[in-house]
Design a protein around this ligand. Structure first.
Ligand code: PBG
Length: 326
């Protein structure tokens, strides 16, 4: 019996591009950038080859370099000059992110998204203010509602500096609603919020925590970030952020959580984002260094898969390299 259906008919070089269901474009990609107030030179990040912490003065030049590759959007993280218990440098008018956003908006046309979290600004490295005794009692952790107030201040300070979109990543309950209200009160009702809606307590963030100097000094983030075992919980988290007014919904990490991403895509009409995190980047680099994988090919395939699963935009450390390839 000869097969009647022969899918191979549609795999010739001529027809493949006509039929490809998913395409990647540089304008789908967002490059994370690390702006560092503690240095006046660029500092390479060992665990993320090709990425550097840049001083505020060079942030606009750095973004112009990113834009030469075709990538038009950046996600900004700041490393402040000093840290304290409350993370006060996170909402300072002359804080590292606030200064860099001003410079970048003055000198480039880049679309600037700011990550909004306290972990790079607190001396204990947690994503908010601590309950009394949290240093020693593993059952105590970040004080949710006290932290919300601080997140509001940070959001407004980013908006005043000229951020184009705010991306809260701290996984505090109710954060999208309170930040939305704070932005509206301050006259920023047109500023969109991209929520890290389903953010897992993931071991894939390791290299980032080196880069941004944001590892918790004790304990971990299990009390606020999600359990990797849970998918239904993600639905609930996402529904809450939708109710509270999130404009874009993000899943993070990306590759180990494509099921979550695909489910989100099916359930909601909102734009969907995925964060291809530092560990996903570092492991491909490490394998490629040993000659075990072809870096460009695996990076491209990773991003294509994330898009196929439902992402409209991808935050990725591969953005520039892949944009150039495209
Ligand atoms: C801050 C934040 C983290 C990442 C993005 N924003 C670290 C964390 O939650 O521990 C991780 C990004 C990456 O690994 O690339 N809350």
């Amino acid at each position: 019996m000869e097969p009647r259906d022969r899918p191979r008919r549609l795999r010739t070089d001529g027809v493949r591009p006509l039929l490809s269901e998913t395409t990647l474009s540089p304008t789908d990609l967002v490059t994370p950038i690390f702006v560092d107030a503690t240095t006046d030179e660029r500092v390479e990040i060992d665990s993320m080859p090709g990425h550097e912490r840049v001083p505020v003065d060079e942030s606009a030049d750095w973004v112009l370099e990113v834009m030469e590759t075709g990538v038009e959007a950046v996600m900004m993280f700041g490393i402040p000059e000093s840290k304290d218990e409350m993370g006060t440098r996170a909402w300072a008018e002359d804080g590292v992110v606030q200064r860099a956003v001003r410079e970048i908006s003055a000198e480039t046309d880049a679309y600037v998204i700011t990550d909004l979290c306290l972990c790079e600004y607190t001396d204990h490295g947690h994503c908010g203010v601590l309950e009394d005794g949290a240093e020693t009692d593993p059952n105590l952790t970040v004080d949710n509602d006290a932290t919300l107030e601080l997140l509001d201040r940070i959001a407004v300070s980013h908006a005043e500096a000229g951020a184009d979109m705010i991306a809260p990543s701290g996984m505090m309950d109710g954060m999208i609603g309170t930040i939305r209200a704070a932005l509206d009160r301050a006259g920023f009702e047109n500023l969109p919020i991209m929520s890290y809606a389903a953010k897992y307590e993931s071991a894939f963030y390791g290299p980032f925590r080196d880069a941004a100097d944001g590892a918790p000094a004790f304990g971990d983030r299990r009390h606020y970030q999600m359990d990797p075992a849970n998918a239904r919980e993600a639905r609930r988290e996402i529904a809450l952020d939708v109710e509270q007014g999130a404009d874009v919904l993000m899943v993070k990490p990306a590759l180990p959580y494509l099921d979550i991403l695909a489910d989100l895509r099916r359930e909601y009409d909102h734009p969907v984002a995925a964060y291809n995190v530092s560990g996903e980047y570092a492991m491909l680099h490490a394998a490629a260094d040993r000659g075990w994988l072809s870096l460009e090919e695996v990076a491209h395939e990773s991003l294509l898969s994330i898009k196929r699963a439902g992402a409209d935009l991808i935050v990725t450390y591969f953005a520039e390299d892949i944009a150039e390839l495209l």
